[in-house]
Design a binder for this molecule. Structure first.
Ligand code: GDP
Ligand code: IMO
Ligand code: MG
Length: 434
């Protein structure tokens, strides 16, 4: 089939960006299908670090078409900034960005969505979700409430005004109830004018992304669907309510880009060799001690979007088995193996015990999840992971055993191993776009 969906198998930040950059060598089109600039996908090429929040991570390859799909929510200010950064580096042409396509059906994140997001978090106090504050939740709420502004309306100046006025009316009622600053008439007019200008800047990129992908597939081109966030942040299947407001699962690549499910191809689950989470919510294998801090420092575990320290912990095979099942993962990409080198013996969670009983499945009830006791299996540590690899044999025996155990336990083939953040610091064992 030649297509692949690449998704996060944990709580986000698994290294999807660098894996998508690698796989883009073989794909013709790369499509983001959900989320917005809550995502931060890092790609490092020749020592230059690029963090992409909206534009697909295939953009550093100059001949690839990059699509922001219908399932995304787009902050025009952030997208324009990102496009200007890419244009300044000669990667896209701002005036006729032929290889950057923005779905006409994507929803627009409006300034008041960000204010509502932050006001809600403040009002929740200790019970906060720990959102990125980028207005993601409120934008998806307005979409579901059928009062959102879509990109095809954003590019018509006359249509912006009405949607924004309605949106502000609802936003103001929430802001007022939360004791936050409401929008005044002057601010509203300025907002409308700015959005109208932004719409005109983005207009050259706007197109029917489902049709573009269908045409490409008919011509035998290969499509790489780039997930954001991660399985356990999925609105339906994640650790609700400590989740994002979109569906992160592989199946959503179909809805979020307007192609049939049979066209998606293989499903590549990206996971770190250990676990991290940013924001609040249950994390059964979390290390709240010196070892957790050491992992954060060694792994550079600070958010690519907000700079917040990421929480760290052991690899959790109960959560990962759930991710394999609900995404239909066919291939694994395990990143950051190098970070575990020299870290001493390693624990891997192989079961959850609750009130003396071993659970068969990952619990949906977060109170249960918060109460489970992880059951660990210990693996001898390893040192000296080479900076580049041609075969698994070049890894220390301990690292090979660790990887083999993960793949066997999950019943999924291991297709990519990351041993460093840079382009080329990965071993590809199977062709996932075959
Ligand atoms: P994403 O959101 O899934 O794309 O991941 P992020 O970019 O937010 O976070 C992953 C971090 O790990 C980035 O800083 C990457 O440069 C880095 N990274 C990815 N793979 C590897 C790897 O195999 N080894 C090391 N040392 N760093 C990696
Ligand atoms: P990438 O694509 C890690 C988390 C936030 C918060 C929760 C809800 O880089 O892997 P939101 O702003 O979406 O309403 O926040 O989701 N979150 C992420 N965590 N990586 C991400 O994206 C994330 N996007 C959102 O920290 O806990
Ligand atoms: Mg990230």
């Amino acid at each position: 089939m030649g297509n692949v969906v690449c998704i996060g198998a944990q709580w986000g930040d698994e290294g999807k960006g660098r894996i998508v950059d690698k796989l883009s060598e073989q794909a013709d089109i790369v499509v983001r299908f959900h989320g917005g600039n809550n995502a931060g996908h890092t790609v490092i090429v020749d020592g230059i670090r690029t963090v992409l929040h909206l534009v697909p991570s295939g953009v550093l390859h100059k001949d690839k078409v990059c699509i922001i799909g219908s399932g995304c929510v787009v902050d025009p200010e952030v997208l324009i900034q990102e496009m200007e950064m890419l244009a300044a580096r000669g990667l896209i042409d701002m005036a006729s960005p032929a290889r950057l396509v923005l779905s006409d059906q994507a929803h627009v994140i409006l300034p008041f969505h960000k204010r509502v997001d932050k006001a809600r978090e403040t009002a929740r106090g200790a019970g906060k979700i720990g959102t990125t504050g980028r207005g993601i939740g409120p934008a998806y709420e307005d979409k579901a409430a059928r009062r959102g502004l879509r990109v095809h309306d954003l590019i018509h100046p006359a249509r912006v005004s009405e949607a924004v006025r309605t949106g502000v009316m609802y936003a103001n009622s929430v802001l007022e109830a939360l004791g936050a600053e409401v929008y005044t008439g002057g601010e509203l007019e300025q907002m409308i004018t700015r959005l109208q200008e932004q719409g005109q800047k983005l207009k050259p990129c706007v197109d029917d992304c489902g049709a573009r992908i269908a045409d490409a597939i008919a011509e035998g081109k290969r499509v790489l669907f780039e997930g954001a966030q991660g399985t356990l942040l999925d609105l339906d299947h994640g650790t609700y309510p400590y989740v994002t407001s979109s569906n992160c699962l592989a199946a959503h690549a179909s809805v979020g880009s307007g192609v049939g499910p049979h066209q998606l191809g293989r499903v590549l689950g990206v996971l770190k060799a250990y676990s991290t989470r940013v924001g609040e919510g249950p994390f059964p294998t979390e290390l709240n001690d010196d070892r957790g801090e050491a992992l954060r420092q060694k792994g550079g575990e600070f958010g690519a979007t907000t700079g917040r320290p990421r929480r760290t912990g052991w690899l959790d095979l109960v959560a990962l088995a759930y991710a394999v099942r609900i995404n239909g993962i066919t291939d694994l990409a395990i990143t950051k193996l190098d970070i575990l080198a020299g870290y001493g013996d390693l624990e891997v969670c192989v079961g959850y015990e609750l009130d003396g009983v071993m659970l068969r499945n990952f619990p949906h009830d977060i109170q249960q999840l918060q109460a489970v006791k992880p059951v660990y299996q210990t693996f001898p540590g390893f040192s000296d992971v080479p900076e580049r690899l041609d075969s698994l044999d070049q890894l220390p025996a301990g690292a090979q055993a660790y990887l083999r155990f993960i793949a066997e336990r999950l019943g999924v083939r291991l297709s990519i191993v990351g041993v460093g953040p840079g382009r080329g610091q990965e071993l590809v064992l199977n062709d996932v776009l075959a």
